[in-house]
Design a protein. Structure first.
Lengths: 505, 180
């Protein structure tokens, strides 16, 4: 049990006053960000990232990941009390959470949501603790061809398995890969796509793009909607909490099923949104009385929340072990790693033990502290929504600008952020997904380097991607996934698969 | 016991009305976006072809990857363009209504001005002006509240970033007068 020893070492790294204070600050900021309209997990992490630039990497990642846990907890508050999902993955929580609040059972619903979030994350963290070191030590044997194959697999599965129109995913991804290539070419030293501009020499920074795409565009989108809200205030008493926890064992099957779905979809790029809906739908299907769902059933809160959090947390597994983010937020954390001077990938487990195990330990600790914190402070956070959006919106804009500027101390980046804000707004409205763009922008250079290094190694022979069993099967799987809709259709025609197609959400 | 009967009510007096006419349809925007992306793909593709997009002895040249990506991007946008043109005859969904556009502009224009002011007067002055101005003019919040909020927020940002965390923001003549 080497992992356990290292985990305890991680707790030892963590248990200093400074880290604990940062953890609390991160959680409070995160819940704040999760509750506010027009902000969410990825935006919050992206905007608050600059705060951590001068910290040491361990403190920085602890604070950032706590912002993320906080945002996940915060999303549930608005879903249940106001019927406003703070995040897309909280939509399924509103189905039964809001009816419960209407029936005067808001405290119960909130406790259920927070508890199941805790359970979901815990399962995912356990998975990370034991699986991530194994995967990373396996991946240490990877050479450039294997890495390129894994990147290819990530990109292809986005195109093949995504719910959006295929050509829109392709547009988004190729645009991201292209913009990643702007600036100095790392292999040959040539300049690419800079058109003689000194500003473009640095390249297009991933974090600047993310702040614009998610922060600024989200404000533009939020303003389009009616921002009036009407909701229930609730405070949670110990009696309610204990009452819900006493009933918890009855729902072990729902919790377990949702955790499993969440972990699976978190590691593969399915995402928390798909996980929460799937968790909810499966809980409904397996229930004895499916009609009672949607009318304030506590299982309807347990199922999606557990799945969403299991997925959100396990998305960090491929990021830690392989350097491939499983979600938008994980991609931003990955961008953070690079800013702090760490090289994401399997070597992280060897070269930066303190950092990795500090992060994993902070997932355990952050979730426990977060659970206690939200249970005790819900009324305060619910009243944040009384603050008019006209005051919140300009503050978010200023925070975004500070974030964008701080990354490279460049005024040009503030303009770039504004540009990406407009692009994000238009793309979201015409259904071009932003997640493939983000992923491509952060992984683009690494994927290209891996490809070119493999080519240099093999003397320009493409057969290197089928040179052994491992790389061959990953590459083949990637190509199968790319054409998955076609493959699936063919299999269906032959009668190998028989299932009803679900319409995209 | 839980006090679930307490309600939190927030109104939105300037909310966009529902029956507002559409400014532009989603289909039209999609066509414009596809055309822009196509132009971008051609520009970048040409630039990369000039850099060198062929395959030499040691593998691809620097422009190889981005050149073929431009081709893929061009292909994708061309497909999108044709799909949008064909779908145009069918249902026309609204991209943005006039009332919505007004509200979006109410945020976008101040943000644009904020960036411009940041360039010349520094971020903190711009931030004060943006928050105070936005709260007063768009949010119709009392002047003293707007000014106070803007001042407090800007001060907190200054102390947090420039002093506590040593993250230096762009500054203008005002800060220079105080010796920063």
């Amino acid at each position: 049990m080497e992992a356990l020893g290292l985990l305890f070492h991680g707790f030892a790294v963590l248990l200093t006053w400074k880290t604990l204070v940062l953890m609390m600050v991160g959680l409070v900021l995160g819940i704040f960000v999760g509750v506010l309209p027009g902000l969410g997990g990825p935006n919050g992490v992206a905007i608050l990232l600059p705060l951590t630039f001068t910290m040491d990497p361990t403190s920085a990642i602890v604070m950032l990941s706590c912002i993320y846990w906080g945002a996940l907890f915060g999303g549930a508050i608005t879903s249940i009390l106001f019927n406003i999902p703070g995040e897309a993955w909280s939509v399924a929580t509103t189905f039964d959470g809001y009816p419960m609040a209407q029936q005067g059972r808001a405290a119960e619903a909130l406790t259920a949501a927070f508890t199941s979030s805790f359970v979901g994350s815990l399962v995912a963290v356990l998975l990370i603790t034991f699986l991530a070191p194994m995967i990373s030590s396996f991946a240490l044997k990877f050479g450039p061809p294997e890495f390129f194959a894994v990147y290819l697999l990530t990109f292809c599965s986005f195109v093949g398995l995504g719910r959006e129109a295929k050509h829109k995913t392709v547009i988004s991804m190729s645009l991201g890969l292209l913009l990643a290539g702007v600036g100095m070419d790392t292999v040959s030293g040539n300049l690419r796509m800079t058109f003689g501009s000194a500003e473009l020499l640095r390249g297009i920074n991933f974090l600047v793009a993310v702040i614009g795409l998610f922060g600024i565009s989200e404000i533009l989108l939020t303003m389009e909607e009616r921002l009036a809200l009407r909701g229930h205030a609730a405070s949670i008493s110990l009696r309610v909490v204990l009452g819900v926890w006493k009933d918890l064992p009855k729902y072990w099957m729902t919790l377990l099923r949702s955790s499993f779905i969440g972990c699976w979809l978190g590691i593969t790029p399915g995402g928390a949104i798909a996980a929460s809906f799937m968790g909810y739908n499966l809980a409904k299907r397996f229930a004895k009385d499916p009609e009672s769902f949607g009318k304030g059933r506590i299982e309807g809160v347990f199922a999606p929340e557990t799945a969403a959090h299991a997925s959100g947390t396990s998305a960090l597994l491929p990021m830690l072990a392989l350097g491939i983010p499983g979600s938008g937020t994980a991609a931003i954390l990955l961008g953070g790693l690079m800013v702090w001077g760490l090289n994401p990938g399997p070597l992280l487990f060897v070269e930066h033990k303190d950092f990795v195990w500090g992060l994993i330990a902070s997932m355990y600790l952050g979730n426990v502290v977060g659970l206690v914190l939200v249970l005790t402070t819900v009324p305060i956070f619910a009243s944040i929504l009384r603050v008019p959006f006209a005051a919140v919106a300009p503050m978010i804009v200023v925070s975004c600008a500070i974030g964008a500027y701080a990354i490279q101390n460049a005024m040009f980046d503030i303009w770039l952020m504004l540009g990406f804000g407009v692009v994000g707004y238009v793309f979201k409205k015409i259904g071009i997904p932003l997640a493939p763009f983000t992923l491509a922008l952060v992984l683009g250079n690494r994927a290209e380097d891996a490809f070119r290094l493999s080519m240099i190694g093999s003397g320009g022979n493409l057969k290197v991607f089928w040179s052994n069993g491992l790389v061959g099967s990953i590459t083949t799987l990637a190509i199968v996934l790319l054409f998955w809709p076609v493959t699936d259709g063919l299999l269906g025609r032959v009668g190998l698969t028989q299932r009803t197609r679900t319409t995209p959400q | 016991m839980s006090q679930t009967d307490l309600e939190i009510v927030v109104d939105d007096p300037t909310a966009p009305e529902d029956g507002s006419p559409s400014v532009v349809s989603s289909g039209t925007v999609e066509i414009v976006v596809c055309l822009l992306l196509l132009a971008l793909a051609v520009t970048l593709g040409y630039d990369n072809w000039r850099t060198g997009a062929s395959w030499d002895a040691t593998g691809p040249e620097p422009g190889y990857f981005p050149f073929y990506l431009s081709v893929i991007l061009g292909g994708g946008s061309l497909y999108g363009l044709i799909a949008a043109l064909l779908a145009r005859r069918a249902a026309c969904e609204s991209f943005v209504t006039r009332a919505q556009a007004r509200r979006v502009m109410a945020v976008f224009v101040p943000t644009l001005l904020f960036c411009l002011v940041t360039q010349f007067l520094g971020l903190y002055v711009a931030s004060f002006l943006l928050i105070a101005g936005f709260m007063r003019l768009v949010g119709k919040i009392a002047l003293w509240k707007s000014l106070l909020t803007a001042l407090v927020f800007t001060a907190i940002m200054f102390v947090t970033f420039d002093i506590a965390f040593d993250v230096i923001m762009p500054k203008g003549p005002l800060e220079a007068a105080f010796g920063h």
